[in-house]
Write a protein that binds this ligand. Structure first.
Ligand code: PLP
Length: 356
């Protein structure tokens, strides 16, 4: 839904996303690239981002069939892999919209319709979806018996690649290699997400799958300067007030002014995507200077303490990205990950794109 009078804007630089993909390709040469654009490309706008990237990547992936349909309706032509589980209800949609399914359980071989393309998913340690490595021979047998379906790839997913040098990630990689000895002729083998692609020197098989990295962030806490964040979230000061010493601010009165000064009210809150857990921790950029957010984050507003400095109403405020705190800073202070900071952004935040 289009906002007519949005309170805030997410400025998305499409060229930065292309640049991040090019950098990844230089660091991991000779591999195909799958762009993960689930959850509306982590709120960067799945259709717009995918169409812009179409010449630079080989595959797209989404979490749900609906997300895949959205890409096709938006005109995306490249192959689209759906990570989620196929159901009898959604089986026809894979055919109608030319989506590639994931088979992660033996029932899926029966559910999918004739001629549907699929990738097989093995659980080498994520503990979420996929076949156990011990089932490799049985799965191979099912794939061979189901000639009515088309096996296009095989993949697995890392649980701990956010941390560099993690022994379990190396173990998962070894387990997948072992599984692949039964599936040598499957054309597309892939495993690496952002963490594995940026933190590890694996061979990455035939393709790497990145969501976060193309948007300019690493998963986990290791910041790679060569990734350039594409999104900057901006708003404007809604109101400025001069308040005295002892002014209590926001629900629960968790902050009280210790001297007189200026208080800015900013029209974005947890209903827009600012975690409430950032209350009294966040800092935002106004006219080139960082100021403290004070009191509890509310659904629609945050308050910022300017001290002795007055700024004009409607001054530009950078909340996230640009020269303000980035998603690493937010996630560390909020006790979450960079993925969640981005996917928290809601439909209230209007997206504006630049491609220069
Ligand atoms: C979300 C997801 C990815 C992408 O993860 P990033 O950390 O954003 O790169 C890759 N593979 C699967 C199966 C996923 O669910």
């Amino acid at each position: 839904m289009k906002n007519h009078f949005p309170n805030s804007y997410a400025e998305i630089e499409l060229n930065k996303i292309v640049g991040n993909i090019q950098t990844l390709k230089e660091r991991i040469p000779g591999k195909k690239v799958l762009a993960v654009v689930k959850c509306d490309a982590y709120r960067h706008g799945a259709v717009r981002v995918s169409k812009h990237l179409e010449d630079h990547v080989d595959w797209f992936a989404v979490a749900t069939v609906d997300e895949g349909i959205q890409l096709r309706m938006g005109g995306v032509k490249k192959p689209v892999l759906v990570f989620g589980v196929p159901t009898y209800e959604s089986a026809a949609a894979f055919q109608t919209h030319n989506l590639t399914a994931t088979i992660s359980h033996k029932t899926h071989f029966d559910i999918l319709m004739d001629g549907t393309g699929y990738h097989i998913n093995f659980d080498t340690g994520m503990g979420r979806l996929g076949f156990e490595p011990e089932a490799a021979d049985d799965v191979r047998q099912l794939a061979v018996m189901n000639q009515r379906l088309i096996c296009k790839g095989i993949y697995s997913h890392f649980a701990t690649a956010d941390d560099p040098d993690d022994q379990f990630a190396i173990k998962q990689h070894d387990r997948f290699k072992e599984v692949l000895t039964r599936f040598e002729e499957v054309p597309l083998k892939h495993m690496s997400n952002t963490g594995a692609a940026t933190n590890y020197n694996f061979d990455h098989f035939d393709m790497f799958r990145v969501g976060l990295a193309m948007l300019g962030y690493n998963s986990g806490t290791t910041r790679h300067e060569w990734l350039k964040p594409a999104l900057t979230w901006k708003t404007k000061v809604a109101q400025i007030r001069h308040v005295g010493k002892g002014k209590r601010v926001s629900y629960g009165s968790t902050w009280t002014s210790e001297e007189e000064g200026y208080l800015a009210t900013i029209p974005t809150g947890y209903g827009d995507g600012i975690p409430r857990s950032l209350s009294n921790k966040l800092e935002v950029l106004i006219n080139g200077k960082m100021y403290r957010q004070v009191g509890n984050v509310t659904m629609d507003y945050i308050m910022v303490w300017l001290g002795k400095e007055e700024v004009p109403v409607e001054s530009e405020v950078t909340l996230l990205g640009g020269d303000a705190w980035n998603a690493y800073d937010w996630s560390e202070k909020a006790g979450t990950n960079t993925h969640e900071i981005l996917t928290n952004l809601t439909g209230r935040v209007e997206k504006v794109y630049s491609d220069y």
